[in-house]
Ligand binder design. Structure first.
Ligand code: NI
Ligand code: MN
Length: 230
């Protein structure tokens, strides 16, 4: 039987994935996102919160959401320590290359090329991405990253249904490198993230979609607060 994961986009790199009866929340940054003012943060549920790095546009709402939902936070030990200082109790600090099996499936922390300084100025450790395997399929959230040859390793070891890749350029990969990344990871269905939030990363959606289409790939761009089944 063909089953899908419900993905809801909350702007920048924040999304929830509902799979195997659990909700995974990535990189919560909503209250301070001018484009996400219509989102009711109090309604967001999570069983797990996965954080790719310490930049404010990936962690700003993590302390509040972790405490309210009681979700287990998975990130680097440095990001977890920052959360613990703010009263978050359930954290699991991992290292790049490591994986953990949880009740919905398996999470592997993979490499990213970027920075990771936390809002208080403390170092966030290495930035990361996540490959998640569940009974409903596998997906990859790249976090903030440059195109890297290491992405070929993901393509060699996982059969991805879809992947969330940054496409906004300037702070991360842009469209052309995201297309190459899609080749490296062997995935044709790309959910675009990390665009429009700030002036340097405004995206020409039509042009971006056309470039993906010309490369035989599908760039999915959905509105903030919208959901789709992947
Ligand atoms: Ni960043
Ligand atoms: Mn970012």
């Amino acid at each position: 039987m063909y089953s899908t994961m419900k993905v809801t986009f909350y702007g920048q790199s924040c999304l929830t994935v509902e799979t195997a009866g659990k909700t995974l929340l990535f990189d919560p940054f909503i209250r301070e996102n001018e484009l996400a003012k219509h989102i009711d943060v109090d309604q967001i549920q999570a069983d797990y919160i996965l954080i790719t790095h310490g930049h404010f546009d990936h962690v700003a709402d993590a302390p509040e959401l972790a405490k309210r939902t009681g979700a287990l936070v998975i990130s680097t030990p440095e990001v977890c320590a920052w959360l613990e200082k703010q009263g978050v109790e359930k954290t699991q600090g991992m290292g790049q290359g490591g994986s953990v099996t949880l009740d919905f499936g398996r999470v592997k922390m993979v490499a990213a090329i970027h920075g990771s300084r936390l809002p208080d100025g403390s170092p966030g450790g290495f930035p990361v991405g996540f490959v998640v395997d569940t009974a409903e399929g596998s997906f990859y959230h790249a976090g903030d990253t440059a195109l890297t040859m290491d992405m070929q390793l993901i393509g060699q070891s996982s059969r991805l249904k879809w992947a969330a890749l940054p496409v906004g350029d300037f702070y991360t990969m842009g469209v052309d490198d995201a297309i190459r990344a899609a080749d490296f990871i062997g995935c044709q269905r790309i959910l675009g993230i990390h665009y429009d939030t700030f002036p340097p990363i405004r995206l020409n959606r039509e042009e971006a979609r056309q470039r993906f289409t010309a490369a035989g790939k599908d760039l999915i761009l959905i509105g903030i607060g919208a959901s789709l089944d992947l």
